[in-house]
Design a protein around this ligand. Sequence first.
Ligand code: EPZ
Length: 421
Amino acid sequence: MDKFIVEGGHKLSGNVTISGAKNAALAIIPSVLLAQGTFRFSNIPNIRDIWTLSRLLHSMGIHSELNNDELFVDSTGINSTEAPYEHVKKMRASINVLGPLVARHGHAKVSLPGGCSFGPRPVDLHLKGLEKLGATITLDSGYILAESKRLQGAKFHFDISSVGASENVISAAVLAKGSSLLTNVAVEPEVTALCKLLVKMGAKINGIGTTTLEIEGVDTLHAVDEVNIPDRIEAATFLIIGAMTKSTITVEKTNAYHLTAVIQALEESGAEVDVTGENITISMDKAPEPVNVATAVYPGFPTDVQAQWAAYMMMTQHGNSRVTDNIYKSRFLYVPELHRLGADIEVIDNTAIINSGATLKAATVMSSDLRASASLILAALVAEGKTEILRVYHLDRGYENLEKKLSNLGASVKRIKTEEY
Ligand code: EPZ
């Protein structure tokens, strides 16, 4: 398991190109199961989660190849409708194959995803939605078995706004017989990206981008080429890095419309943010003002950015800041690691209270999940001395060439390969 050595205290400058969105890629790529043929997805990040999904598709007889940022997938060879535990345990989003499999192939055997480091992540809405469309769902020895001769259009209301459940149910409804009315659908950009891809493939979906979708089922869909959207979480992470290191940096190839809550919070903290087309420049030359954030479904402040925000608020010089996670109540595993670097943070229920005036000193810290690991990188970039961050494979799941991108901005980040220690 590789580690990073990060030497803090460097001012950063320059530009960084944002990669394609991990969570949009994990939403659109399973659509290859809905049609026969070769797909070309562009702006796909070269990250661990994409390799995991490719391996899962390969285990189903589907060949894929990633050349630079283009992923070619040929779905004609499919010879299995099973998603075994060995793949699902590495990435919960593997469950996104469930809806397409049962919709087009009439059956699926998908391992129940385990928990994750920030608490239980149920899939009841995925299953309830597919059952409403007529699938027979049974659970057997850790697997979800879904059967259906032909799904039937239906009305379904999501009790909780769920990105993954919305993606699975939408992907199934597009091939159901008759029309479906889905309400309280998640409106994250990744869900919208999936809907746009499905329409390109021949699906009939009205209300894209809203919480109410009317879907007219069709008999067949066809393979297409698609360009993936930029990663709003990576963009947010680099913007916060710019503010936290009191630098001026520009993030390129991103979409500011996906980042309004984060940009507003950064401006409230005293940073200057300038949006020009696909580029966002952030400039900061002083300690941030305390700014409280509470995560919410899109377009609210993203839960995937709360750990990074908590790290940034350690730089305040007066008062305190509160970071509340309303999506995942216990997504604070990064806090004890930040304590090791000298943070003064207390977690009460689903709120981290960050006191100002912390003096951050290098230490050895451990990544626990993708976004928590990002907060450790942020802290290490400003801590005095050289911080060791262990288990960076968590970062490799969602950030492409992170150490290269940071080094190009002037940071001192070295990756030590496992065999070297
Ligand atoms: C997606 O996960 C993202 N992952 C997560 O990003 C992100 O944190 C999350 O959405 C919230 O924005 C991908 O897109 C691959 P949810 P997902 O279903 O779909 C509850 C990252 O770091 N819920 O929107 O699993 C659930 O417990 C990852 O990139 C149910 O109760 O999230 C949570 O409290 C981490 N029953 C809330 O809904 C269900 O059947 C939102 O979860 C499904 C969800």
